[in-house]
Write a protein that binds this ligand. Structure first.
Ligand code: AMP
Length: 307
């Protein structure tokens, strides 16, 4: 079952209370692809990089079943660059720099070989470009999942609302859900957002887990309490990759299966934050993932005797 992923492949400079990096690999599609490739192959990547994006990283991706035919390489420009600084609580961060570079003239092209994919993950990217990919697909995917961020709500709200009409699942954090809906209560926000298009909504709350909404139903997945959160960058994208990777693997897009998928997304995100960048995602094995899922089962498993 093929999965198309769209988003940025980037360099990031990150500052956390635990350390600082100058220039490491990042990008929404990078994290999504690494996470999803544990569950589904091929992952068909659509993105853009400059002359500076390392060949070794692309080789690493290919070795994991990530197809890069949809990644444009621009020989005379730099890759997208983002820099952020985390606050003490690690749940909030400031964007210090967003250098679009190659992203400024990106026109994603869906390769013929990618047509027919049943799952589409629209990673964080300009809403217009997310829309362009949807419009190029000759057959409608079984499921379209979309990630976005406040940056696009501030700068391209109309385009964002147009894409929302076309997607099945939206992923946002709590602040973004409030901004998008104009509601303070997350339950009211969810209701408003689901009227904008997506039938399912996931609201991520960082170290406080994630909520999955559908019609009048709501399900909660905790985040694993970790002794050390080293770098939360990419946690949301990694969550998305685990979520859609599981759905694509099982070919089941029911609400029941999405409950499992958000636990798997949470487990993948818990690895991501253990090291800078996507480093930890490249180390883990299937056994590591299974063990971590067992920890999640323990975390939320309880019996109550009502007397
Ligand atoms: P996350 O921590 O899951 O929100 O994702 C962080 C990743 O998103 C970083 O690796 C950045 O390179 C990438 N990123 C940051 N800002 C943007 C943006 N405006 N559009 C697309 N990707 C971005």
């Amino acid at each position: 079952m093929a999965l198309i992923t769209v988003g940025t492949m980037a360099f990031d400079a990150i500052e956390t209370p635990f350390g600082k990096t100058d220039q490491i690999i990042g990008g929404s599609a990078t994290y999504v692809a690494y996470a999803a490739s544990n569950f589904v192959k091929p992952v068909q990547q659509i993105s853009i990089v400059g002359y500076d994006f390392p060949q070794e990283e692309m080789d690493e991706m290919k070795s994991r079943g990530i197809q890069l035919d949809g990644v444009e390489i621009v020989p005379d420009k730099k890759s997208f660059f983002w820099s952020g600084k985390y606050h003490i609580d690690m749940n909030t961060r400031d964007t210090l720099v967003t250098d679009l570079n190659v992203l400024a003239d990106f026109n994603p092209v869906v390769p013929d070989a990618f047509q027919g994919a049943d799952f589409l993950m629209l990673g964080n990217l300009m809403p217009k470009l997310q829309m362009s990919v949807i419009n190029q697909l000759k057959t409608k995917p079984k499921l379209i999942v979309m990630d976005t961020m406040n940056f696009w709500m501030d700068t391209a709200m109309d385009d964002l609302k147009a894409v929302l009409k076309k997607v099945d699942v939206l992923l946002v954090n709590d602040g973004e859900a409030r901004q998008l809906s104009g509601e303070l209560s997350l339950v009211k926000a969810a209701r408003t957002i689901m009227q904008m298009g997506p039938r399912f909504l996931i609201i991520k709350k960082g170290e406080h887990g994630a909520l999955l909404f559908h019609e009048n139903h709501v399900f909660f997945a905790p985040a694993l309490p970790l002794e050390e959160v080293f770098d939360p960058t990419g946690a949301g994208d990694t969550f998305a990759g685990g979520f859609i990777g599981h759905l694509a693997k099982t070919e089941d897009i029911s609400f029941e299966n999405m409950k499992t998928a958000i636990i798997i997304g949470s487990a993948m995100a818990s690895f991501c934050v253990e090291k800078f960048g996507p480093e930890r995602l490249k180390e883990i094995t299937k056994a590591d993932i299974d063990n971590r899922l067992a920890e999640f089962v323990q975390l939320v498993n309880f019996d109550i005797d009502l007397v």
